[in-house]
Design a protein around this ligand. Structure first.
Ligand code: SAH
Ligand code: NI
Length: 455
């Protein structure tokens, strides 16, 4: 092996893209990962760091550029990962995501040439996020909002978040400026001093209702916080909720357990597929509402719902998936681990005059076998787990329940591909895979898949 040193330079061609959007360059078969470099581009690369089996480099100079490059993108969006695919043409982002799902199915699940459907594109590819979650730090003595540089907690100041609703940007800047005026101190991770840690804002896509959560270290505000709240309410007429969230922890969790309502309610309402949903601050809610509606619609289409169907909605959150189809099936059972999300789901059923939905708090892996033992016999099981995918014991009890089909919504194609192998071992066959682009300009991939019982 060659001895690469920091600051060595090479001329090379970028041959691939990592799943997080870095260019791959090989020098004598040794791979380097390079920010802001696209396949097909020739670059002069400078070595930044060398490890045992790979290194990192940066572009010193472009010798040629890709026809798919979007020029003029603010490099902070790549550095922070806010838009780690922002330099790549949208149609190419979609092709890359489709290829990534196919590759994972091939490598992990041995599915050669599985016909992964073309990714369902978003109409709105910028300013689509309905939620902002912004860290706050003192930068040169000034309270500053922005985003962390990738793999660090170094704040890059950002005012225009590019992929989030512009109204969210405006609210965050308003809060930042008011906090500067009142001399609010941002929390400092090293000294553990300061008060404000994060600003979290949600704005419902269809109703425009706004919820602000200030994540702070102590419920006793060091400044007259009511003044800020009143100014916010005067400025933003759709403001429905302002809360403090108390986080005294040192870990990287954004939210603590305790909330204090300062203004209005502890939820906002939005509509999805013509149903109304109340959303509380700790509950999950898809950040791209328009595309999430397409995602859920695809899931229902795959399932071929029948009026006699008993359906399980596992990882149900505030009930969006189950309640969205409740009037087309006989019965919906949902389970979810966050208690306040389950309260939302139960309330959301009532709001929409749905009487055939039942929700329980608990993990999917404990509730699923319990329901089986109680004699619940589902025709369809929908699963929508977080990034780590499904628990193996859940797959066993779900397949033991012997549903006609299992519809798997995944935000991580790697764990999805792993779970495909487990479902097939339990007698279920992968029929269809449809990626839906919920996260334009970023590397994230959402997919919905249909499994049916093998004959
Ligand atoms: N289906 C909902 C939520 C999907 S996000 C929607 O579309 O909005 C995944 C959800 O799984 C989150 O609400 C999370 O709180 C929940 N969750 C995480 N681990 C879980 C587990 N082991 N069992 C049940 N729910 C879990
Ligand atoms: Ni990733």
């Amino acid at each position: 092996m060659e001895n690469f040193k920091k600051n060595d330079t090479f001329e090379a061609e970028v041959i691939d893209l990592t799943h997080e959007g870095q260019g791959v360059v090989k020098i004598n078969r040794f791979p380097f990962f390079v920010d802001n470099a696209l396949p097909g581009e020739r670059i002069k690369m400078r070595v930044l760091k060398v490890g045992k089996s790979f290194g990192f480099g940066r572009v010193d100079e472009f010798l040629s550029q890709s026809e798919h490059r979007i020029s003029g993108i603010n490099l902070d969006y790549l550095r922070t990962g806010i838009a780690d695919f922002g330099h790549l043409a949208y149609s190419e982002q979609l092709k890359f995501k489709q290829k990534q799902v196919s590759e994972l199915l091939r490598k992990t699940a041995g599915k050669v040439e599985f016909p992964v459907l073309p990714v369902l594109a978003a109409e709105q590819t910028l300013a689509y996020r309905n939620k902002a979650q912004v860290p706050v730090q003192m930068v040169d003595g000034l309270l500053t909002t922005g985003f962390y540089r990738k793999n660090s907690h170094t704040l890059v100041p950002v005012e225009d978040f590019y992929i989030q609703d512009k109204a969210l940007d405006a609210i965050i800047l308003f809060i930042r400026d008011e906090c500067r005026q009142m001399a609010v101190q941002a929390y400092d991770e090293k000294s553990r001093k300061g008060w404000l840690r994060h600003i979290v804002v949600r704005r419902a896509y269809h109703t425009g209702e706004v919820m602000v959560t200030l994540v702070v270290t102590n419920k006793k505000a060091p400044v007259p916080i009511k003044v800020l709240v009143n100014k916010l309410a005067a400025q933003f007429s759709n403001l429905k909720s302002v809360q403090l969230n108390i986080n005294k922890g040192t870990g990287s969790f954004i939210l603590g357990k305790e909330f204090v309502v300062l203004y209005g309610q502890d939820f906002i309402s939005d509509t999805m597929l013509d149903k109304t949903f109340q959303i509380s601050a700790p509950a999950f809610y898809q950040v791209n509402t328009a595309q999430a509606e397409k995602l859920y619609q695809t899931a229902y289409d795959f399932a071929q719902l029948l009026p006699t169907d008993v359906v399980i909605d596992a990882y149900s959150g505030i009930g969006t998936i189950g309640l969205g189809m409740a009037d087309r099936v006989a019965k919906v059972y949902g389970m979810e681990v966050i208690a306040s999300a389950v309260e939302n789901a139960q309330h959301n059923a009532q709001l929409n005059h749905i009487e055939n939905a039942h929700y329980e708090v608990g993990t999917a892996e404990t509730i699923m076998p319990k329901w089986l033992a109680e004699g619940i016999s589902p025709d369809l099981i929908f699963v929508d787990p977080p990034r780590k995918g499904l628990d193996e014991s859940f797959i066993e009890s779900a397949t033991e329940a012997n549903p006609r089909a299992i519809i798997y919504i995944s935000c991580n194609p790697a764990t999805f591909a792993r779970d495909v192998v487990r479902f097939e071992a339990q007698g279920y066959q992968l029929e269809k895979v449809q990626p839906v682009d919920l996260f334009p300009q970023t590397h994230h991939v959402e997919t919905v898949a249909l499994f049916t019982r093998k004959k």
